[in-house]
Design a binder for this molecule. Structure first.
Ligand code: NAD
Length: 314
């Protein structure tokens, strides 16, 4: 694989998720520059700290920290992690919408000003509906505006399946559609373990348990750590950016704008997509059994309701 080194990636928000993503992406050594932007001055220190790990980790990517949005100018990819996270005692991801919508407005106006052609990945929650807001506020093609959410759920489920079966996570391919939240749709039909169907590897009871644990994986972390996870989200962001930079055409489950896909149109929801140098190269339509179709319709109903809330907040 030829590595293109002239890539510039900007990450807005240098909190837990943003700075983890910057480190894990820098470690891949596939871009020239990573710009971290935040409203707090400590962003410079965070970038400096990551740079100082480059000798031990062996990467040449330069990480720049700034409070000046102009630094994102002409980025190839921009990742938004600026947003309030869930904390212990706080409510669901959906309750973050109003506050994170205000941040999204600032972020999008700066992207439009300095780097309108970038591929934009939104991570801030509630990710499905907020990514729709990004699409509307940026006015860019939907193939260039998408989210990160399902990949994290797939990664969480793969860890649980691996623990149960002893199969390496590298040989487990999980498919999760729907929302990054309570209405996620775990596809038993399309999840493969060592190229075999999930039901041929573990009992129905265990599958049910894994689905439940995956659904509440994020809340479990919040109750254990007092805040939401950031290493795994950072790693998933780095994987998505890598797929774009190296044009890998891998399939990831992510929030994307559906336009007739799976029978839905006009909102963002988690679906499998092919990621490459142009962003979303294609949405993959898998034939779903009746129970998964029904679960997806519940997820779609949930997102559609939140989309009307976004229209009001705009
Ligand atoms: P955090 O509080 O650690 O970091 C957020 C950062 O955003 C802070 O440093 C803050 O100063 C910065 N910020 C706020 N307003 C800004 C602005 N206008 N411009 C630039 N920076 C700004 O939170 P976190 O744990 O890093 O989580 C960030 C977001 O990601 C949250 O909304 C969280 O719910 C979400 N998240 C999503 C996933 C997912 O799978 N999609 C996973 C984990 C977290």
């Amino acid at each position: 694989m030829v590595i293109i080194y002239n890539m510039k990636v900007s990450i807005i928000g240098a909190g837990n998720v943003g700075s983890s993503a910057a480190l894990l992406l820098a470690e891949k050594d596939i871009c020239d520059q990573i710009v971290l932007v935040d409203i707090v001055e400590s962003v410079r220190g965070k970038a400096m700290d990551i740079n100082q790990s480059s000798t031990a980790l062996g990467f040449n990517t330069k990480v720049i920290g700034s409070t000046d949005y102009e630094m994102i100018k002409d980025s190839d990819v921009i990742v938004n992690t600026a947003g309030f996270p869930r904390l212990k005692g706080s409510g669901s991801r959906d309750e973050l919408l109003e506050k994170n919508m205000e941040i999204a407005k600032t972020v999008c106006s700066n992207i439009r000003k300095y780097s309108p052609k970038s591929i934009v990945i939104n991570v801030a929650n509630p990710v499905d509906v907020l990514t729709y807001a990004f699409y509307k506020l940026l006015g860019n093609e939907p193939s260039k505006v998408f989210g990160m959410g399902g990949l994290l759920d797939c990664s969480r489920a793969a860890v649980l399946i691996s623990k149960e079966t002893g199969v390496s996570v590298k040989d487990i391919n999980v498919i999760i559609l729907g929302t990054h939240g309570d209405t996620m749709v775990f596809s038993k039909e399309h999840t493969k373990v060592d190229n075999k169907q999930l039901k041929d590897s573990i009992t129905d009871g265990k599958v049910h348990e894994i689905i439940k644990k995956t659904k509440f994986g994020g809340s479990e972390l919040v109750s254990l750590m007092g805040q939401s996870g950031y290493v795994a989200p950072g790693a998933c962001i780095a994987r998505q950016v890598e797929a774009i930079i190296n044009d890998t055409k891998e399939i990831f489950c992510i929030p994307a704008l559906v336009d007739g896909h799976y029978g839905y149109r006009g909102f963002y929801i988690g679906v499998p997509v092919v990621l490459g140098k142009n962003g979303i190269e294609k949405i993959v339509e898998l034939p779903l059994p009746e129970d998964e179709k029904k679960a997806l319709s519940e997820a779609a109903k949930h997102v559609k309701e939140s989309v009307s809330a976004v229209e009001k907040l705009k």
